[in-house]
Design a protein around this ligand. Structure first.
Ligand SMILES: Nc1nc2c(c(=O)[nH]1)N[C@H]1C(S)=C(S)[C@@H](COP(=O)(O)OP(=O)(O)OC[C@H]3O[C@@H](n4cnc5c(=O)[nH]c(N)nc54)[C@H](O)[C@@H]3O)O[C@H]1N2
Ligand SMILES: Nc1nc2c(c(=O)[nH]1)N[C@H]1C(S)=C(S)[C@@H](COP(=O)(O)OP(=O)(O)OC[C@H]3O[C@@H](n4cnc5c(=O)[nH]c(N)nc54)[C@H](O)[C@@H]3O)O[C@H]1N2
Ligand SMILES: [Mo]
Length: 714
């Protein structure tokens, strides 16, 4: 082998090999964990990726999904050109068309529906992908439709609602400065590697960890105290911890006196949740509840690390998280360093230590003059707090045409398997007059669309992102968009020309709009282009503690609310009590004993696996090989023994709604009595097992993590 061949084989970037290293970002697991990437490119093709060592979030590290970037980008499933459906829906019969024809058709259909039925007849939807959302929001607002919705109808917003009901503004765990981290259902070792590294560093420095998780997750493995709660009983556990804190006089009386309302009612309610009752309701031993409550209340500064999903994936989710978040105020840990510290969201739900004009750009206040959004009548509290449609109601509105017919759907990464009763969601799409889907891959949702548009990946486009430590990046394409694909943002700006030509900001173009949004931050696209791997923001905000001392809390009373003023008008309606009243999940041993008799196991769908992200990485052989035999359900060996199930054996999981057939994976990681099944599999879609209206009445979030099921060998 010659030297030149050796260099090439080793993929060394130099003039002999012609390999260049371009800086980029991995967005396979959108959006919190955008790891910096070094992309090795030769002749316009990616030959290798590595983590960018200089990036402050990942410091050179990549997970299995990021390491499989080349398989993701060069997947066989990529959509190559704009397509028009020529066969029946779902038939897969499409013909290629030009971009101009595709964009003109979409705009004509939407403009015609607007003229005939009103702009609300057109819905705009973003799946899990986040980077294009401000522009899609503005497109919907300028077009005049209140029906802008996202995957956040199932993710994060219910957690934010719980915080907002109590404090007005969410505060995130200040892991860097806390003495005691209470991870309530979060497992960063699988879901957020940067936070996991921080957690390990702080543990070495003496930080205590309490982990509330039904599974013996890696996070639970590092915890000083693990509380293996029965899924969906988190509220009862939090109330029992509050009972210990108050009865042992560990609460922060000064804070409570000055800054809260409803404490006496709360104290009286909490008195009923002794640790012994807590044990009965949650399965966590009373002694351990006491121990955890004391550690949390006595550890100097304590912080609650919450999650976007598991606690709120229950029919009682928002109430449960309200009870959890109250532990911060109760112990004086809200909006202090080392506690749950409030920072403004700078861009797309991420703090970046700067202010931006994102909200002004999106112009959601325009909704006030529009027709009611999808789901707003069914979820009034959601409607009050979240300026988006609650899209879980879409299938029912499509079926019934009530309160009005939705005619057109523009989906960017739409995936019908995101909804409970996914089959019902799929069938309901038949009621649309027109459906356009933009995706990277030809999915079975795209097969339903009238027009399909090919989106490129993050390595082929430019996008802005920021990070909590005050870092920002404007990415530049590492390679040109493959085939005839385009960035979602380009598509949105092209549609804006055709659907809201009078919009002056869209008329400025993408980069100018980003500059406009970032104007208060001092960041500009031009400056960021000089730092392809990202840069620290020029004058990062250094916010004081206890910002509520100036201007109060963002709640109706201006104080922390143990009794919610927003919920008070709904008192008496099931699940909407103004105190954080604990009710068991609708389907649970206590909530539905009749069903429990025949379906004696709890079905928890979607607890994360390290190698999969929703529907995205099943198609990659590298990531798939890390879970041989998938789709698999995780079952405790004691349950497996009871039902005569063996490792790898085929089983049927049934609920009253339906059944799926999967392999069995026996693991001590899961609690006896709980079956864990990851979602989004084409061959075995867990969301088929759930009813469309199995939803939390406050948030409209689905009860993905507490249905009842039975299992049998097949
Ligand atoms: N690898 C990977 N990373 C991801 C994702 C992915 O799909 N794969 N998804 C991303 C997305 S969209 C999200 S929302 C986040 C989620 O991020 P995380 O919340 O960290 O992940 P999960 O595994 O969903 O849940 C964390 C833990 O909650 C536990 N849990 C389940 N039910 C309950 C319950 O009722 N109560 C309590 N207390 N705990 C419960 C699970 O056992 C699990 O260990 O991860 C993001 N990161
Ligand atoms: N049973 C169950 N269901 C769940 C959950 C659960 O825990 N259990 N979790 C819920 C949560 S927390 C979330 S966040 C949702 C996520 O649910 P989804 O939004 O369905 O998530 P994905 O499958 O990651 O992405 C949807 C589509 O976006 C496409 N896509 C990827 N990148 C791009 C891009 O750059 N542009 C465009 N236009 N499309 C792109 C993907 O190919 C995919 O087809 O699922 C929810 N559903
Ligand atoms: Mo999520």
């Amino acid at each position: 082998m010659t030297d030149a061949e050796r260099l090439l084989k080793a993929k060394i970037p130099c003039s002999e090999t012609g390999i260049e290293v371009k800086k980029s970002m991995c967005t396979i697991c959108d959006p919190q964990t955008q790891c910096g990437l070094d992309v090795f490119v030769k002749d316009g093709k990616i030959v290798k990726v590595e983590g960018n060592e200089d990036h402050p979030y990942n410091g050179g590290v990549l997970c299995s999904k990021g390491a499989a970037t080349r398989q993701y980008v060069y997947s066989e499933d990529r959509i190559k050109t704009p397509l028009r459906r020529v066969g029946p829906r779902g038939s897969g019969q499409f013909e290629p068309i030009s971009w101009a024809e595709a964009l003109d058709t979409i705009a004509e259909k939407c403009n015609a529906a607007k003229a005939e039925y009103g702009p609300e007849s057109v819905a705009f939807f973003a799946g899990y992908t986040k980077y294009f959302r401000p522009y899609l929001t503005r497109l919907a607002m300028s077009f005049g439709s209140p029906n802008y919705a996202t995957e956040s109808s199932t993710c994060f917003f219910a957690t934010a609602m719980a915080m907002m009901l109590v404090y007005g503004r969410p505060g995130a765990a200040d892991i860097a400065n806390t003495d005691c981290l209470l991870t309530w259902s979060s497992n960063p070792f699988y879901t957020n590697p940067g936070n996991a590294r921080m957690l390990l560093k702080r543990k070495k420095e003496g930080m205590k960890i309490i982990c509330v998780d039904p599974r013996r997750s890696p996070t639970a493995g590092f915890a000083d105290i693990h509380l293996p709660v029965r899924p969906g009983t988190d509220g009862a556990l939090a109330l029992a911890m509050a009972n210990v804190i108050i009865s042992e006089n560990l609460h922060d009386k000064d804070f409570i006196r000055e800054y809260t309302v409803g404490f006496e009612e709360y104290r009286a309610y909490v008195a009923g949740f002794t640790p012994e009752r807590g044990e009965t309701l949650t399965g966590v031993p009373a002694a351990r509840i006491r121990e955890a409550a004391r550690l949390f209340a006595k550890s100097g500064k304590s912080a609650i690390m919450f999650s976007a999903s598991p606690v709120v994936h229950h029919t009682n989710g928002v109430q449960n998280y309200r009870a959890v978040f109250m532990l911060s105020g109760l112990t004086g840990n809200y909006d202090v360093k080392g506690g749950n510290f409030v920072q403004p969201m700078s861009f797309i739900h991420m703090p970046g230590r700067f202010y931006s004009r994102e909200a002004e750009f999106e112009n959601r206040s325009a909704r006030a003059k529009m027709a009611p959004a999808i789901g707003s009548g069914n979820f009034p509290v959601w409607n009050k707090l979240v300026p988006e449609a609650q899209i879980m109601y879409l299938p029912e509105q499509l079926r019934t045409g009530k309160p009005y017919k939705v005619r057109c759907l523009l989906g960017f990464g739409p995936n019908y398997r995101m909804w409970p009763d996914s089959d019902g969601m799929l069938a309901s799409l038949e009621n649309l007059d027109f459906f356009a889907a933009t995706d990277v891959f030809m999915t079975d949702t795209c097969q339903q669309a009238d027009i399909v548009l090919p989106a490129c990946t993050s390595l082929e486009r430019s996008e802005f992102r920021c990070y909590g430590m005050g870092y920002a990046i404007w990415t530049q394409p590492a390679i040109a968009p493959l085939y005839d694909s385009r960035s979602d943002v380009d598509i949105i700006f092209e549609l804006a020309k055709r659907m809201c030509p009078e919009d002056e900001l869209f008329a400025m173009g993408y980069e100018k709009c980003v500059d406009w949004i970032l104007e208060p931050s001092g960041l500009t696209v031009e400056e960021m282009k000089k730092h392809p791997g990202g840069m620290f923001v020029p004058d990062p905000l250094d916010l004081p503690e206890r910002k509520y001392m100036d201007g109060g809390f963002g709640t109706p009373s201006g104080k922390m609310e143990f009794v919610s003023k927003i919920l008070e008008p709904y008192e008496g309606a099931p699940g909407l009590a103004s105190l954080p009243v604990y009710t068991p999940p609708k389907y649970s041993p206590e909530g539905s004993p009749e069903i429990y008799k025949d379906y004696p196991l709890i079905l928890n769908t979607g607890s994360r696996l390290p190698m999969f992200v929703h529907t995205r990485t099943y198609r990659l052989s590298w990531t798939s090989s890390l879970r041989p035999g998938h789709p698999l359900a995780d079952i405790n060996p004691a349950d497996a023994k009871k039902y005569g199930i063996e490792q790898g054996g085929r089983i049927r999981i049934s609920t009253p709604k339906g059944c799926i057939e999967v392999g069995a994976n026996l693991t001590e990681m899961v609690r006896p009595g709980v079956v864990h099944m990851y979602h989004g599999h084409m061959e075995a879609d867990a969301n088929k097992l759930l009813e469309w209206d199995y939803l939390d009445p406050i948030s409209g979030f689905p009860g993905f993590k507490s249905a009842l099921c039975k299992i049998e060998n097949i």
